[in-house]
Each structure stands twice: as structure tokens, then as C-alpha cells.
Design a protein around this ligand. Sequence first.
Ligand code: SF4
Length: 188
Amino acid sequence: MSETPITISNLNDYIFCPASIYFHSLDYYTDTLTYQDSYQINGTAAHNAVDSSTYSDNKNILQSISVYSERYNLFGKIDLFDTDNHILTERKKKVNKIYEGYIFQVYAQYFGLTEMGYRVHKIRIYSMDDNKMYPIALPGENPDMLKKFEVLIKNMNKFELETFTQENIKKCSHCIYESLCSFSRLKE
Ligand code: SF4
């Protein structure tokens, strides 16, 4: 296993395109990348409220706390955790489809929380724009999805950008980083 922890927010990026992780980290330090695609930035608006702690003053709601899973060497922040009802919620601005990347993000948060000693009974994804809640089966209740999650972590740990080729030109045509990316199939 790689010694460097995988950032939870990178799970979704990696599934979209492994190269996008590197541009996403640039994005963090600059505000010049203002053109944004819904799949890649869906969590941004929702998490801005979390990061500025504007969601709730309820002491039973943990917001934006850092978690680490030693089992999977994953590091990041949860969105919302209700300590009374043991419910973990990941908010997205608008959910049109439950992508596997969304599920893996809440899995990672789940493992981080449970390894820290919290009991998590339910996990779910909340679509803010249309006020819809999507329950997600716990990893232990969905062995196939858990297996996919573990394969993803394994692939991320052994990924090497130098040998990467993007096979799906459609992804490049919808990618917010395309103009910066030397791996883009549109540049061939
Ligand atoms: S332009 Fe294509 S190869 Fe580059 S990050 Fe985007 S999807 Fe990946």
C-alpha cells in the first residue's frame, strides 16, 4: 500500500479521470478555473456551507470533521454526522444519478468514522436543489459494492500518471480541465 493517504474527495475524481486529480489540486489554489462541470464539482456548493460551518449549530451534528481510515489509508472530511441517530449524510448540490463515486465517498467517510469509534447506522446522500434523500446500503450490506470500493483503492494506490492514457474522448470533451491537460484526447 502507498504510504501517502488517499484523499476521500479524490475517489470521485479518479473514477471520472485519474489525471483530473492533479488539476483538481491546482484548482484548490487558484480561482482561475471558474468554468465548471456538474459531475466534477457537484459537491462544491454544498460543502462550502459545511466548511464555513453555516449549516447548523446543533451540537449533535458533526460537520466537516477530519477522519482517517487506517484500514484503507484514506483521509478526508465527512459532510454531516448526526451523533444521536448515527446517520452520516453527504450533501450534493443536485443529484441526477447516484454515481458509484458518490457511494465510495460516503463509504470512505463511514470507514473513517467507524475506525474513530463512532457507530454509523445509516448513510445517505442528499440532493439539495430538489430536496431528495437517497439511502445508501452500508458497506457490509452490499458486498459487491464494497468489493468495487476495495478494487478502486487498490488501483489508486498503484496508479502512475506517466503511463496514463485516457481512452474515453467523451470525458475530455466534458472535462473542466481540458484546456490545461496534455493527456486530453481532443489534442490528438
Ligand atoms: S482532459 Fe481528459 S485526460 Fe485530461 S483530465 Fe480531463 S478527462 Fe482526463
